[in-house]
Design a binder for this molecule. Structure first.
Ligand code: SF4
Ligand code: SF4
Length: 298
């Protein structure tokens, strides 16, 4: 049995040529401004975003995470269990990308992974008992795309380099592994909790909230992170994103790479007990007096 992450999920629904290609195999394709179908692929989009896509796009647009998420994305479930994903929102009442202009893509230098891959798809597979994923490729052919008729042969490797895919894949590698693992262990441990999905969403897509969380007393009480590392995380969003993946692996799978303070869990349990006792007393008082919990009798 094999675990697999089907990267075609990050691509528009489209007919796929079922031929598996490796890095040094060639295919014929070219996309350029003078081509008759220029921009057609951006008029009907279905683009799933990765964490690094969100980071690059929000910075390109000069937005905070929550502003970008609100204006440019729509949430969806990546699987049948509630795993939160994001798609690029289309222009009002159309299927077109908000970033397409007559001149082409207005965020080209920071375009998402799926746009870089097109017209290739990638499937990542891991054999049971193997520590490494194996990537395989296939060509995505859509009728409107004339790029397949252009006489330009290239290897998958060359195309990936030209499109800047290697770096994007590297940035998202740990995240893809988390998705793979969450999917493969999900059914065996029951339905994942809402809390785990909230954490997944924050660490994957909402870096500004994750930064706030790292600066909060609740994080500092439990995790023992050096000041040097905290300074580095606050200064560099890529490092922050990668730390988010580490945090997720620890929180979701118990892969402990972030030191926990020795008495942290007892303190947190005690705080929760006190909070719950306080809430119980306030409810009791409200029932007895008819006063709302925060009125203090005034
Ligand atoms: S981000 Fe750019 S390349 Fe991707 S669909 Fe939108 S306009 Fe097209
Ligand atoms: S060749 Fe394909 S990818 Fe390029 S603009 Fe035309 S439809 Fe889009």
């Amino acid at each position: 049995m094999q675990d697999k992450f089907d990267f075609s999920e990050l691509l528009p629904k489209s007919p796929v040529t079922p031929v598996r290609l490796e890095l040094d195999d060639t295919f014929e394709f070219s996309c350029h401004k003078g081509i008759a179908c220029f921009n057609k692929c951006c008029q009907s989009i279905d683009i799933t975003l990765t964490p690094y896509d969100v980071l690059r796009l929000k910075n390109h647009l000069g937005l905070k995470s929550f502003e970008f998420l609100h204006q440019y994305t729509v949430p969806f479930e990546m699987d049948g269990h509630g795993m939160p994903g994001l798609k690029l929102k289309t222009r009002d009442e159309t299927t077109a990308c908000q970033f397409v202009t007559d001149e082409g893509c207005s965020v080209y230098g920071d375009r998402p992974t799926a746009c870089r891959y097109y017209a290739l798809g990638m499937m990542s597979m891991r054999a049971k008992d193997s520590p490494n994923d194996e990537d395989h490729y296939f060509v995505v052919r859509e009728d409107h795309c004339l790029g397949h008729l252009e006489p330009r042969q290239q290897t998958i490797r060359t195309y990936r380099t030209e499109q800047g895919v290697d770096m994007y894949d590297e940035m998202n590698r740990d995240w893809r592994q988390i998705i793979l693992k969450k999917r493969s262990c999900g059914p065996t441990i029951g339905k994942p909790s809402d809390r785990s999905f909230q954490l997944f969403f924050m660490c994957s897509y909402d870096l500004d909230s994750f930064r706030e969380f790292l600066n909060s007393p609740s994080f500092g009480t439990v995790y023992d992170v050096s000041q040097n590392l905290m300074d580095a995380l606050m200064a560099d969003e890529v490092e922050l994103m990668k730390f988010g993946f580490r945090f997720l692996k620890q929180a979701l799978f118990g892969e402990n790479t972030i030191p926990v303070r020795p008495d942290a869990l007892e303190k947190r349990a005690e705080r929760r007990r006190m909070l719950s006792e306080q809430q119980r007393l306030e409810r009791h008082r409200e029932t007895e007096t008819g006063l709302p919990p925060d009125s203090h009798g005034k």
